[in-house]
Design a binder for this molecule. Sequence first.
Ligand SMILES: Cc1cc2nc3c(=O)[nH]c(=O)nc-3n(C[C@H](O)[C@H](O)[C@H](O)COP(=O)(O)OP(=O)(O)OC[C@H]3O[C@@H](n4cnc5c(N)ncnc54)[C@H](O)[C@@H]3O)c2cc1C
Length: 280
Amino acid sequence: MAGSANGGGLYLATSLPDALAALAERGAAGAPMAGATWIMRRPDGRAYVGLSRIAALRRIAVEPDQVRIGACATHAELAAALADLPECRVLAEAAGRSANPSVRAVATVGGNLCAHDFAAADLVPALLCLDAAVEVTGPGGTERLSLADFLAMRAGLEPGRVLTELIVPRQAVRSAHTRLPLRVAGDYPVAMVSLAATVDGGGRVEAVRLAVGSVEPVARRWPELEERLQGQALDPDSVAQAAKGLLDGFQARDGVEVPGSYRVRVLPALVRRAVAAALA
Ligand SMILES: Cc1cc2nc3c(=O)[nH]c(=O)nc-3n(C[C@H](O)[C@H](O)[C@H](O)COP(=O)(O)OP(=O)(O)OC[C@H]3O[C@@H](n4cnc5c(N)ncnc54)[C@H](O)[C@@H]3O)c2cc1C
C-alpha cells in the first residue's frame, strides 16, 4: 500500500484510493484526519488516516457556474481563492475570520463540516446560505447531497466514507457573514449570522437565505425571518426589528462562556450588521 505509516495510529495517505483502502482496513477503529485542529482537543486513540497530503482533495476550481472546493482545502486557502468573487463573499469572510491565522492555515473545509459536535463552525452557516452541496466518497462510490441533508446524517457517517468535495453555485447574491467573538469564549464565536440575498431594482428582497450558527448545536436556516423579508426593503434596522419578533423558535445551547439566552438575544444585532455589510 502507498503512503507512510507514522506511528501512533496515524497513516498518511497519498491518494483518495489509498485513503479509502486504509480506512476499509481499519474498519470501525479508523477515522479520517484532516487538519487535526478539532481531533487534537480530545484525542481518542482511533487509528487515523491522514488526508492532508492528498493534492486532489485540496483543489479549488472556480468554474463559470459553480466553485468546486476540495474537502482538504484550508480556511486560509479558501479565503484567498474566493477573494475576488463577490458572489461568494459570505464564504470568504467566514473562512478568513474564523479562529486565528495559525488555525486557519491548517483547519480544513471538510473538517469544519464533519466535526458534528462543533456548534461554532463558521463555514456551515455560510455554506447553508449559498445553497452548497457536498460529495461523499466511499467503497460504494460517490454520493452528492445537499449540505442540510449531510448535516442531518454526518454524526452517523461510516468511518470508511470521506467528504471529498463541496459544490457552491455562483449566483448574483449580496452576502455577508457576521460573528460575535467574546474574550470569555476564546477564538470561538458565541453566535453568527450568514446572509445571501437578491434584491430587485427598488431594493426589495426577491430571494433570501439566512443561516444562524453557534446558537443551537447545529447551524440552520431561519425560515420565519426569510419568509418575513420576502418582498420587503432590505434595510438593516427594519430587518433587525423583524428578527426581534421571531426569536422564540431557537433552542439555544448553554455554555460555560454564555447562557443560551444570550446567544439568542444578540441575533437581531448580528442580523442588522449582516444586512448593512451585504449592502455595502
Ligand atoms: C483554538 C481554536 C479555535 C478555533 N476556532 C474556530 C472558529 O472560531 N470557527 C471555526 O469554524 N473553526 C474554529 N476552529 C477550527 C476547527 O477546529 C476547524 O474549523 C474544524 O472544525 C476542524 O478542521 P480540521 O481540518 O482540523 O479537522 P480534524 O480535526 O482533522 O477533523 C475533525 C473531524 O472531522 C472528521 N473529518 C475531517 N475531514 C474529514 C473528511 N474529509 N471526511 C470525513 N471526515 C472528516 C475527522 O474524523 C474528525 O472527526 C478552531 C480551532 C482551534 C484549535
